[in-house]
Design a protein around this ligand. Sequence first.
Ligand code: AMP
Length: 415
Amino acid sequence: MKIDNYNFAGKKAIVRVDFNVPLDENGHITDDTRIRGALPTLKKILADGGSLIIMSHMGKPKGKVNPKFSLAQIKDDVAKALGCDVKFAPDCAKAADAAASLKPGEVLLLENLRFYPEEEGKPTGIEKTDPGYEDAKKEMKARQKEFAKTLASYADVYVNDAFGTAHRKHASTAVIADYFDKQDKMLGYLMEKEVQAVDNILSDIKRPFTAIMGGSKVSTKIGIIENLMDKVDNLILCGGMTYTFAKALGGNVGESICENDKLDLALDIIKKAKEKGVNLVLGTDCVAADAFSNDANTQICPANNIPEGWEGLDAGPETRKAFAKVILPAKTILWNGPAGVFEFDNFTAGSRAIADAIVEATDNGAFSLVGGGDSVACVNKFGVADRVSYVSTGGGALLEAIEGKVLPGVAAVKE
Ligand code: AMP
């Protein structure tokens, strides 16, 4: 079912959102992007005359009640964003009465789902290698079903709008969908947009397609790099992984971050790129520092010839030009991961050059998708989040979707 075609009048809707917002030490929200992201879905349900049961996780309370992760802290912010009162259910698994008494237009926020281990469905207090683990797992899966059934019993219709957790098969993101008929379960607007954005990157590709993968390590990005290799025309690999490649090719990388056990993998990526005709773009020069600090002394040097005691913390000027050269003419762009330690103001130039080139290409008609925690932080830091085509709210979920994996949270409402 598509949310736009559904009339929620007189229905109780249970909506999985991602309200895992960052809080300061006083429990105040420091970035409400995720709440704003869910508003179109929540408002549509209320405008139709439905009542709303909102559920989410926050942080990692590991199956135990922990006031530090209580959603009560954000109840007033949710009320303000929605422009109406919000009731609170302090135990998400014992909210049947509160849900039953909801009238059209009323809103109930459930306490953190992850206060129950059943939400994630992983057995607690037992290691994978312990005897009895398989039985414990089976038992927890049964409990997870019961937990999902309880949540489902509160509502007539289920909406999943939590892209950030769509790659997890949790009670509230996937298992719950089994308890609704096909016509009474659907993706929310945010999820629809995310899925569409990934689709633009994976199937509706306008060429040339340039992907920029950065961040600290090649090992955490290998799945997505391999998948992209079949799709892109240009692949920029930047950030800390530059030095694993430089060393693999026989260079000296000084104190730079380098995965010595991934040198063969780096060579394999270079070989595959050649075989597949992908233009692999690696940094040739870098901004090297004599300490991992914003105030360190710096010098520009070749990425494969960094003096002892120095480490590459950002892309150099020649590299920045080379990156811009393949980003500017692109018609499809994906960016995940910074080109340097952008958290330090003196090492933002590489990431900034990428962001600027993406903005210019987008102005010239490219579709640009930026996703995965740190590159989103980059476009926010540089004030250009609204100058790219789409900024994804998903970290792991986005990467898994682009790796070509089916997201359980998406599949569940389609079955
Ligand atoms: P990831 O979580 O793998 O996407 O990596 C993001 C992190 O990579 C950011 O915190 C950056 O500071 C870090 N990073 C990027 N370039 C470098 C570099 N040259 N050396 C060390 N860390 C880096």
